[in-house]
Write a protein that binds this ligand. Structure first.
Ligand code: 2AM
Length: 500
């Protein structure tokens, strides 16, 4: 048994758990750790003897709980779903009233709402916190999105603020340079209280949905450069590096440039050329899209990114189809460097639409769940630590500073101007891809989203006619007030027809 009690505890020593525990210990907090398979605990503690705060490896859940200062703060980082419930169940008989459980996993926000309610009723506190940034982020500074009772957040705040990523207050640029035992200091911390119950996990889910969109959009730019312009990975890498100096400056563009210049150690070929073209998914992009459908909020760019992964996954079927369905291919004969610039602009505009959709979802969800989300603060904590970190988020932050009630990012003067400046290139790329048979689903559906959103009149008038025809669903009129319904007796042989 340890002598000094720990400031916090953590259950679940998989990759994220280990890295987050080391990050906490680096910031001078003593942390107790526990894992169901205790050999993992022993190995982890013996490999990390010299942390500033100190680690205590507990052999049993009882010893673990006893080793933590009250009111206890216990982070759970196990597989989201049943494992989280199992760990909570195991902890409950050992806790004291007012102790705080923090779920740092990728929980479905409705599970978090359920767990928080249940634990509150039993006299405990519960924080559902999104943790983004992968292994590296967890170790040296993640973006943290906590939701729950504010009193629980206040207790967690000093630790969460210490371990989160830091960005420069003026520019929003991530402050780099953290190393084991040497965390970064200064700057603005990438965590803030998000809202009640499941708000933190909801925002984390939207972050992941946006991430799906970003990744697919970069892949579409890569497809255009390779298939249409015939560029090799090394050449593309240079382009992505250039793009990383401008408005697209982001973690995902940066790592794309790196990946494209990687050689396969086994064959010496470009690494991307030997990687199978099938993508998996763990569910958060799907959850975002299902939630968009449930709430009736258009988020086609994000949903297309999920569907693109599903299409990639049916590799064998695609191989067969490619033998049966003849390709169309118009070779490119324009100005290559101008077209590269056009791809840049298409990616940029599509990205703006995808972020607009993500923020639309948060706006709708806050009404549904009675949260008070601060979109400026949310874009601020996305600037560092997380996978979608990007210079661009500074502009979103500024947009919400200008108008915290902004109905859609597309209406902000800056973003409206940017799309206006770039849209002719965006349309060029979509047209060329359509002509040449190259699939760029998120570029295309983002453009359709943009053109639909800015349309005063859409063809849904005809749709109302169809619904009234076959189902007597009635229709509304342009010359009458909203909500008043009309019906025609279809098919009516004597109905007045428009003259031919
Ligand atoms: P393990 O090492 O004993 O498998 C990611 O899978 C993490 O979640 C691991 O630390 C794993 O513990 C833990 N985990 C998964 N299911 C669990 C459960 N039902 N109870 C406790 N921990 C669990």
């Amino acid at each position: 048994m340890s002598e000094a009690k720990s400031d916090i505890g953590l259950v679940g020593l998989a990759v994220m758990g280990q890295n987050l525990a080391l990050n906490i210990a680096d910031h001078d907090f003593r942390i107790s750790v526990y894992n169901r398979t205790t050999s993992k605990t022993d190995a982890f503690v013996s490999e990390n003897q010299d942390t500033p705060g100190g680690l205590f490896g507990a052999q049993s859940i009882e010893e673990f709980v006893q080793s933590i200062k009250r009111p206890r703060k216990i982070i759970i980082l196990v597989q989201a779903g049943r494992a989280t419930d199992a760990v909570i169940e195991g902890l409950l008989p050992l806790l004291d009233l007012d102790d705080i459980i923090i779920d740092g996993g990728n929980a479905l926000w409705t599970d978090t709402i359920r767990r928080e309610k249940d634990l509150n009723e039993k006299g405990f506190r519960f924080v559902g916190s999104g943790v983004s940034g992968g292994e590296e982020g967890a170790r040296f500074g993640p973006s943290l999105m906590p939701g729950g009772k504010e009193s629980a957040w206040e207790e967690l705040k000093p630790i969460w603020e210490a371990i989160a990523a830091k960005v420069d207050a003026e520019t929003g640029k991530p402050i780099e340079g953290a190393a084991p035992g040497r965390p970064v200091t200064g700057g603005v911390t990438c965590t803030t209280y998000i809202g009640e119950n499941g708000a933190g996990h909801y925002v984390k889910m939207i972050h992941n949905g946006i991430e799906y969109g970003d990744m697919q959009m970069i892949c579409e730019a890569y497809a255009l450069m390779g298939k249409l312009l015939g560029m090799d990975p090394k050449e593309m890498s240079t382009v992505f590096s250039d793009w990383n100096q401008g408005v697209l400056d982001s973690f995902l563009i940066e790592i794309t440039a790196d990946i494209l210049q990687q050689r396969d150690p086994a064959t010496g070929q470009p690494f991307v050329d030997v990687v199978l073209d099938t993508a998996g998914q763990k569910g958060t992009g799907k959850w975002t899209s299902v939630n968009a459908l449930d709430m009736g909020i258009p988020a086609p760019s994000i949903a297309e990114a999920v569907f693109a992964r599903f299409l990639s996954a049916i590799k064998e079927e695609r191989v067969e189809a490619s033998k049966i369905i003849q390709p169309v291919f118009d070779a490119f004969d324009g100005d290559k460097s101008a077209f590269i610039e056009a791809i840049h602009d298409a990616l940029y505009c599509s990205k703006i639409c995808s972020y607009a959709q993500g923020f639309q979802l948060m706006r709708a969800a806050q009404k549904e769940y009675e949260w008070k989300l601060d979109f400026g603060a949310i874009s601020m904590i996305f600037r560092g630590g997380c996978i979608i970190r990007a210079a661009f988020l500074q502009k979103i932050y500024e947009a919400y500073q200008r108008d915290s009630n902004l109905a859609n990012l597309l209406l902000d003067p800056y973003f409206n101007g940017e799309i206006d400046r770039c849209q002719s290139n965006w349309r060029k790329v979509v047209a060329a891809a359509a002509q040449s048979g190259i699939a760029i689903p998120t570029f295309m559906s983002s453009l359709a989203y943009y053109d639909s959103y800015r349309s005063e009149r859409l063809p849904a008038n005809l749709l109302q006619g169809q619904r009234d025809y076959f189902g007597a669903h009635t229709y509304e009129r342009v010359d009458q007030e909203r909500g008043k319904s009309f019906h025609i007796d279809w098919p009516d042989p004597n109905r007045p027809q428009i003259d031919a």
